[in-house]
Design a protein around this ligand. Structure first.
Ligand code: PMP
Ligand code: GLU
Length: 409
């Protein structure tokens, strides 16, 4: 056996059990495969990663350039610069009706980091985390890393993929520590209404030891008339809701890596303590850019949201024309999440499509459209298609999918 082959067989066994038990992020894995195929010269349309295709607004970039010139080159405080924490506290008051002081805010390296921090800080081995499915791929793996137990509660397709208060109530046990959801949702784009969140909140009011991790990263990408509602604004729950948000989606700033929590002081302090031993304060220049974003106008954000709404209409309209696809209409975010299970068990004569993973791999390798299997999101009948791409690319991608489906028998 060659030395390289020997190494690839032995090394995984040497990794810690917690890493061997971890699933690879399917959003990032599919995106990596799409990049590799594109590098080989294929005309790939990459709709696997959920990331705005717009540029960060100029006024935010200017603030970052100024931060470099003004010499913000050193370590920041672990929880973030005071002016950024104040800007976030002001934003939570302005947009979300949540009244936290700067000391309740901790800034981290993306909302992903904020979520992982909170789970590490609150979960003991065996604690249960109720996750509303379909859910973002990393939630269950973050819980696994903290040795918690994910309790998956599925929102029905016919209920716009949303979990009801009664479903939540039935899932609660004495070990439940956190209830975790995203609205607007990744991967479904569903938006929980104020009434739905108040009903869920009413269940949680009865359980004083349960915390809520409210992922609001898609807050601004909301197409409903009523707009966004934050569970953290319910006074009876305020101290138990950890609101997570960031700049990635609303300000087209995925690469800047700024996320935050707004939470009770003891939780914020726990996150600061963890962060102080693991990452320290996040990137100083990105913090200054985020300060400008939260203090600045939302015109660019609103324009981008208009484009996402238009693309949603385009893609959903086209997907509905594909025989066998079951298509829900998302109210926010930038994903379509059709049920494609009609094609499971069909073949192009060479490849049998057994499930959503086979479906997405086959689509990528045959039609060069990258999507993500629903399996990683807790919805094995569906696939996720990002609609954050140019209209022409989206139309071409759906046409390729339609043509590919016609070859399956
Ligand atoms: N939550 C959800 C639901 C997401 O889709 C993402 C992906 N961007 C994140 C959190 C993480 O966001 P960030 O890029 O700020 O880490
Ligand atoms: N959140 C985005 C997605 O769902 C970015 C990739 C990731 O971090 O998972 O595609």
């Amino acid at each position: 056996m060659s030395a390289v082959a020997e190494q690839t067989q032995v090394e995984p066994r040497l990794l810690a059990d917690r890493i061997n038990a971890l699933e690879e992020s399917s959003t990032l894995a599919m995106t990596k495969m799409a990049r590799e195929l594109a590098a080989q010269g294929h005309k790939v349309i990459s709709l696997s990663v959920g990331e705005p295709d717009f540029k960060t607004p100029a006024f935010i970039c200017e603030a970052a350039k100024k931060a470099i010139d003004d010499g913000f080159h050193g370590y920041s405080p672990v929880a973030g610069y005071p002016d950024l924490r104040k800007a976030i506290a002001d934003k939570l008051k302005r947009d979300n009706n949540i009244d936290w002081k700067p000391e309740n805010i901790v800034v981290s390296t993306g909302a992903k980091h904020s979520l992982a921090n909170v789970i590490q800080v609150l979960i003991n081995p065996g604690d249960e985390v109720v996750i509303f499915a379909p859910y973002w791929v990393s939630y269950s793996e973050m819980v696994k890393l903290a040795e918690g137990k994910s309790v998956i509660v599925e929102g029905a397709f016919d209920n716009d993929f949303k979990v009801t208060a009664a479903q939540l109530e039935a899932a609660i046990t004495p070990r439940t520590k956190i209830v975790m959801y995203a609205s607007p949702n990744n991967p479904t784009g569903s938006v929980y209404s104020e009434a739905e969140l108040r009903a869920i909140g009413a269940v949680l009011e009865k359980h004083e030891d349960i915390y809520v991790l409210a992922d609001e990263i898609y807050e601004y990408i909301n197409f409903t008339e009523a707009g966004h509602f934050s569970m953290g604004s319910i006074p009876a729950l305020k101290d138990r809701v950890i609101t997570v948000n960031g700049v990635a989606k609303g300000f087209a700033m995925t690469g800047w890596r700024i996320g935050f929590i707004g939470a009770a002081k003891w939780i914020a302090d726990g996150v600061e303590k963890l962060q102080g031993q693991v990452t320290s304060g996040t990137n100083s220049i990105a913090q200054k850019a985020a300060t400008a974003a939260f203090n600045g106008p939302l015109d660019a954000t609103r324009e981008m949201t208009k484009a996402y709404a238009r693309r949603r209409d385009l893609v959903i309209g086209l997907l509905k024309e594909i025989p066998g696809f079951k298509v829900n209409v998302p109210d926010g975010a930038f994903y379509a999440f059709p049920d494609v299970s009609y094609y499971f068990g069909k073949s192009d004569g060479t490849t049998l499509i057994k499930d959503s993973d086979d479906f997405c791999n086959w689509l990528l390798n045959n039609s060069f459209v990258s999507t993500v299997a629903g399996s990683g999101f807790g919805a094995p009948n569906c696939i996720r298609i990002s609609t954050a791409a140019a209209d022409e690319a989206l139309a071409e991608a759906v046409q390729r999918i339609k043509d590919a489906m016609a070859t399956l028998k």
